[in-house]
Design a protein around this ligand. Structure first.
Ligand SMILES: NC(=O)c1ccc[n+]([C@@H]2O[C@H](COP(=O)([O-])OP(=O)(O)OC[C@H]3O[C@@H](n4cnc5c(N)ncnc54)[C@H](O)[C@@H]3O)[C@@H](O)[C@H]2O)c1
Length: 435
């Protein structure tokens, strides 16, 4: 089993660290964030991800997983170094790879003997070559193999995704790297999880193409939903029926307030930018992005229209701030677009989320935070469901009706039965089910 460093202990770094130690490797997760590392050493996990704390605790106790601020030492002590730092969006839509480059330079400066240097961060096609050149420039030793090993985990189900992935992608240029990566993922290799070996550029492209394809499915069904509303069709049945076709698959066919999160928005924009740079028209991908941006605005418009087109002096309760359930990640969540529009238009906004409120409070001050959905909706003019947490699926409409000023709801996740909403005399909007 291998000695591994993971540089960057965020969503991907932590889950990968926990997962690779579970596979029997000796893993050190490194970060520059002192508080994060101090907390991790005390088993205080900085993110909400089901199952992550117990997997970390288990492998720390076995002596297979530890945390460190000492990047140089971790690099020197490791056979394989994973780069898992962020690649946020730049102003022009491209992926900002400065954190990856900075880590690559640190690795180069500490290259004491042969290492595999492996990028898990999502990086634009061509980045691997740049990193190789950069390491060669800043290191006296040229003794390393470079690997692209993009990560496909989904927040909220990340542990299961990492331990039981659909596939592992390894972009590399040497037999040695192939063998080393088989060792890293040995339990998966033995249980015949598909491991695809490609060149570096192909591995980088697989990640962008996969995320953008899933984003396309979401924008597609959102467009169909918007049309369903006009023509009297029910998108719920449309997507169910479409999904029964094995060629289509039911996943990512749920209409809603548009995709968010740390990956789809930035990765689709980065791919569109890459098309522009290479003079290739990516019309479909640009349309996917535009449809998604419009979908968020649509939820604002639906809310406004249920408030007689006037939000002044209205109090609106928002249930759900994270971009999806089972995570506290609010990056590009629909709530971050919709809430400012409501406030700009004169509304007072109450919010509740089971786990994402602390993150939201860091960015949004002029809204009212509540510790339960009941307190949040009490005496408000309209309730808007933005994230389909199970807690909200279980809301009793009779009780909701009693708490609200009047029975008025935007169900942006289609979690409530239309018949029940009608039975309780709700004025309501949903997505694609104007029946
Ligand atoms: N979050 C996801 O669901 C997901 C899934 C697949 C791929 N990815 C990709 O993985 C990458 C990481 O994403 P994330 O969500 O884990 O990011 P994140 O922001 O949660 O974590 C990044 C971490 O890197 C640390 N860091 C930054 N510079 C550093 C340095 N020089 N040395 C050490 N640590 C440093 C930060 O302090 C932070 O803790 C991105 O490229 C992302 O696109 C993310």
């Amino acid at each position: 089993m291998k000695k591994i460093s993971i540089i960057g202990s965020g969503y991907v770094g932590l889950v990968s660290g926990a997962g690779l130690s579970e596979f029997g490797n000796h893993v050190t997760c490194v970060d520059i964030d002192k508080t994060k590392i101090a907390n991790l050493k005390k088993l205080k996990i900085p993110i909400y991800e089901p199952g992550l704390d117990s997997l970390i605790r288990k492998n720390m106790n076995k002596g297979l997983l530890n945390f460190s601020l000492n990047v140089s030492k971790s690099i020197k002590d490791s056979e394989i170094i994973f780069i898992a730092v962020g690649t946020p969006q730049s102003n022009d839509g491209s992926a900002d790879i400065r954190y990856v480059e900075s880590v690559a330079k640190t690795i180069a400066e500490n290259l004491n003997d042969f290492k595999i240097i492996c990028t898990k961060s999502t990086v634009p096609i061509g980045t691997g070559k740049k990193i190789k050149t950069l390491i060669e420039k800043f290191s006296s030793s040229k003794d390393f193999d470079y690997v692209s090993n993009p990560e496909f985990l989904r927040e909220g189900a990340a542990i299961d995704d990492f331990l039981h992935p659909d596939r592992i992608i390894v972009g590399c240029e040497s037999d040695n790297a192939v063998n080393e990566m088989k060792e890293v993922y040995r339990p998966l290799y033995l249980n015949e999880t598909p491991i695809l070996f490609t060149n570096i550029e192909t591995a980088e492209m697989i990640k962008y193409a996969s995320n953008t394809f899933l984003a396309t499915k979401i924008s597609f069904i959102n467009e169909i939903a918007n049309l369903c509303e006009k023509v009297g069709a029910d998108v719920h049945h449309v997507s169910k029926a479409m999904g029964l076709d094995g060629r289509i698959s039911p996943k990512f066919l749920h209409p809603g307030p548009g995709y968010g999160g740390s990956c789809f928005p930035k990765d689709s924009r980065a791919l569109a930018h890459l098309g522009k740079e290479n003079d290739i028209q990516l019309k479909l991908i640009n349309a996917v992005i535009e449809t998604n941006d419009n979908q968020k605005i649509k939820i604002f418009e639906k809310t406004k229209s249920l408030c007689d087109k006037n939000l002044e002096k209205k109090t609106i309760s928002i249930l759900g701030l994270s971009f999806k359930p089972e995570t506290d990640d609010i990056r590009e969540s629909p709530a971050k677009t919709i809430i400012p529009l409501l406030v700009e238009n004169g509304a007072s906004v109450n919010v509740y989320d089971p786990v994402a409120m602390e993150n939201f409070k860091k960015e949004f001050l002029n809204i009212n935070y509540f510790n339960s959905w009941r307190d949040c909706v009490l005496n408000t003019d309209i309730c808007v469901i933005l994230t389909e947490w199970n807690e909200f699926r279980g809301i009793d409409l009779k009780e909701l009706k009693k708490l609200l000023k009047q029975p008025c709801l935007v169900d942006a996740r289609n979690i409530f039965s239309i018949d029940k909403l009608k039975a309780e005399n709700f004025s309501f909007e949903n997505i694609g089910r104007n029946l």
